[in-house]
Each structure stands twice: as C-alpha cells, then as structure tokens.
Design a protein around this ligand. Structure first.
Ligand code: PGA
Ligand code: ZN
Length: 464
C-alpha cells in the first residue's frame, strides 16, 4: 500500500509530503546529514517506515496541575507520544528539567532546533537519537534544551520506532525474552515532603506483595491494603478526612511509628486473606530532613534528632522489627558509606538509592565500589534519555543491584514505565496504588500480563 503523510508546515522547513514505503530517493529529507547517510547503510536491516518525519511539541499538565511538556514523534509508518513527569523531592544530581523560560521555551526549542535536526533520522537507532539530543544541548545537565524535553523526545521516539514495526514498546525494547512482570511497590501512607501538616517524617510507606503469583494478584493485594489502611485511619481519628497526596497515598495526622503499626497490620491481614506474603517498605527520602549544619536527621513531627550513627541504628531496628522488605534513601544523598554499612548489616531487605544515584551510571559506579545498596531507583527524567537510563540499568544488573523503575510524584497518564519494567526485566515498579496517573501504568501492566498469557511470569525478587 502506498501511504502519504503530510507533516505540519514549519517555517524554513523543507519537510513536505513524505511517502512511506517508497523508493529512498523519493523521500523528502530536510537536508542531507552525516547521520542520515550513516543510517542509510543500515536500512536493509531496519525499516523505511521508521524514518522520523516530524516532532510536534505542546504544553500539557500533570496531576498537580503543573505545566509539563508532551511530544509526538511521527515516523513515515508510526507514531509515539510521551509526556514528562516532575519530582517534588528531587536529588541534587538530577538534570535540569527545562531551559530558561520553562515549558514554553522547551516547546520552542523542539520546534526551532530539535525537530529539524531529527527529521530524516531513523527512530530505530535510539542511541543516535539520544546522542543527538546531547549534542544539541551541549551541557552535562541538559540545561539548554531541558532534561524533560530530552526525556519526552527519547521516550516518544522509542514508542514511534516500536509502532513503525507493529510492535508494543516492551517487545521492541526487550524482544521475545521480555516476559517477566515486576512486583508493584505501592505507596499507601505519605509523609515528609509529600504531605502537609502533622504527618510522619518518613516520606512513603509502601506495600510490596512479593508472594503474589501474578501481577494482577499483586495489584489486588495492594488495593486491599490501601483500602484497609484508609479504614483504620478513619477509626483511629475523627480528624481524618480521607485526604490523599499526589501519589494517592493517605495523609493523616499520625507519627512515624503509628504509620508503621497501621501498614504492618493491614499487610498481615490482607496477606492472610489472600494466602500469600505481603511485605512492605519505606522511602525515607532522608535528604529532605538532613540538616548539614547540625549533621543530624531532624524528625520534626516527632521532635527527635538523630546523628548518622543513630540513624543507622534506627534503620536497622525498623528493618528488624517490621521485617521491612525495602528501604529507600535511608541516608542523605552524599553518604555512600552509611548506605554500604546498612547493606552489610541488613538482612533480606532491598537497600535502594534514589537521590543517591539519580539514575546516573557514574554515581552508581561510586556506590558499586563499596557496595552502597543492592537496588537502584530508575527515573528516566533524572538523567534525561532512555539510552542513559538503559546503561544505568545494565550496570546495576551486572553488579547485582535490582533496578526499581519509578514514577514521579507529579506524573501524567503516560504509561511508558510499565513497558520499561518488562523490557528491561526490572523486578519492581514503584508507582502508587490508586490515582489516575498511577492506574494508567498499573492497568497497562495488567494488559501486558494478559497479552503474554501463559508466557507471563513474575520477576525473581531477591527477598522472596
Ligand atoms: P519525587 O519523589 O517527588 O521527586 O518524585 C519521589 C521519591 O522520592 O521517590
Ligand atoms: Zn525516593
């Protein structure tokens, strides 16, 4: 079949009607480029339908009502779309989200600078697309084009390539061997930077139903745990009004210790009812309450301060008392040594770095040298591109770190991380339990599990 696509007209653009499946000579390429010529030699291994025809950027909104960027990548025979998330408790080493001028400036950069450069390249070559983004930016932290701009182009490109080949994203990135589903790590109680008023200093209390045999069962367990916690909080206090954070976790006037009791009981009861083990864990997000001047972790709501040694003891006591399956960022983002000490001493628990590593393979390598943890949060927009994140995942897996692919607190109904978890065999996905932006990802995993049928299996998780 002969299909003709018309791209949006852009000033100075030579992009006109593009003919898919036509002779290469007939393709209207904006200008000859080295990279196009390099791709030309590979074309018999790929598909003419993957040639990028145009990029369209727009301003949309995340679940906090904040402006964010969305990009469509249109190839001769396919289409991909991605929207960017935003963190609230960001690591210092993350890339910069937007150029000066915010989302509007980022959209303009896509229109004026990036789209003309990428048009004509082959979406199949993800690394080339991503290195072009680095070149166009010219800095180490995506200050010029914006890390979120790079993120949306990179993800939309991967989806467009998959779509051009008639494949789903996880199939395109992971091949036939991509058949394992991650365990959902679901936020049930919010504190710290994600809450308001009197709430626990620890940022997240997360259910992890690691005994479930299927993803669907695991998500059923998480929804039951979340609901039970809501019921308990209502019984505990007449002040509880059912408030939830951006991630859909409950916000309540309880202290750090009470929150542990509530989630521990809910996990136990739901586990008994479903006949498999429901563990839980925490994201301490301790950089947000580490006071460098005092060299103490200040648990404001509890009126307690802990120095590094006391924080280590406290974390170990929590792991032991509540059999925690997962502890994220127990120490501030520069304290690799304490991460290593906790990893040495803790038993059957994932010790995970988020702000510590910021999905950055160099920072991960610093950790690997001294065994600072055994798991790493993967948030692609911390580093900017899919290729960079994939490199970090590979480094993690080669060195025995479990990659935990994650949403951000400010997120959209974009579901790409569901596919990344399956494609890259991440044993855990951290994406809340309820709330639209979380459900978009969780339901996509249910669809993937359904699609895989009896080839689907749950990931091999260390703590199981
Ligand atoms: P975020 O934090 O608000 O930066 O997304 C979530 C987290 O710390 O895991
Ligand atoms: Zn975190």
């Amino acid at each position: 079949m002969f299909v003709v696509y018309f791209s949006r007209k852009r000033e100075n653009s030579t992009i006109g009607p593009i003919k898919a499946n036509a002779e290469l000579e007939e393709l209207a390429v904006p200008k000859p480029k080295i990279s196009w010529r390099q791709n030309y030699s590979h074309l018999r291994f790929t598909s003419v339908s993957s040639i990028i025809e145009d990029l369209i950027a727009r301003k949309v909104f995340n679940n906090r009502g904040e402006e964010t960027i969305e990009v469509d990548v249109i190839t001769s025979g396919g289409f991909g779309r991605a929207a960017a998330p935003a963190g609230k408790s960001r690591g210092k080493a993350e890339v910069i989200y937007y150029p000066q001028g915010g989302v509007d400036a980022a959209v303009k950069k896509v229109d004026d600078l990036i789209a003309p450069e990428l048009a004509g390249l082959n979406a199949d070559f993800q690394e080339e697309i991503d290195s072009t983004l680095h070149e166009l930016d010219g800095t180490t932290d995506f200050k010029n084009i914006g890390g979120n701009t790079a993120f949306v182009i990179s993800l939309a490109n991967a989806e467009a390539a998959a779509n051009s080949h008639g494949l789903l994203l996880f199939q395109f990135l992971g091949g036939n061997a991509a058949t394992t589903l991650p365990y959902p790590l679901g936020n049930c109680i919010s504190g710290g930077a994600h809450a308001r008023g009197k709430a626990p200093s620890i940022q997240e209390y997360l259910a992890l139903p690691h005994g479930a045999e299927t993803f669907l069962e695991a998500q059923i367990a998480n929804t039951q745990i979340h609901r039970k916690i809501g019921d308990t909080l209502k019984k505990k206090s007449t002040n509880f009004n059912g408030g939830k954070s951006d991630e859909g976790a409950w916000i309540a006037n309880i202290d750090t210790e009470e929150a542990f009791e509530v989630i521990a009981k809910a996990c136990e009861e739901v586990g008994n009812g479903l006949d498999f083990e429901c563990g839980f864990g925490i994201d301490v997000a301790s950089s947000s309450f580490w006071k460098q001047k005092e060299e103490k972790y200040v648990y404001e709501n509890e009126g307690v301060k802990r120095d590094t040694a006391e924080q280590l003891e406290y974390m170990l006591s929590l792991i032991e008392k509540y059999h925690l399956a997962y502890v994220e960022d127990p120490f501030h983002e520069e304290d690799y040594e304490s991460f290593a000490e906790l990893t040495r001493k803790a038993k059957n628990c994932l010790i995970c770095g988020d702000d510590l590593f910021t999905t950055n393979s160099e920072r991960l390598n610093n950790g690997i040298k001294i065994n600072a943890g055994n798991a790493i949060i993967i948030k692609v927009n911390q580093i900017g591109t899919l290729s960079d994140a994939a490199q970090t995942i590979e480094t993690a897996q080669r060195n025995g770190y479990d990659p935990v692919v994650s949403h951000r607190s400010g997120d959209t109904c974009d579901w790409h991380i569901a596919h990344l978890a399956v494609a890259y065999k991440c044993p855990v996905i951290k994406t809340g339990v309820v709330e639209g932006a979380r459900i978009a990802k969780l339901n996509e995993l249910i669809r993937i599990e359904h699609f895989l049928g009896n080839r689907a299996k749950m990931a091999d998780l260390k703590i199981r």
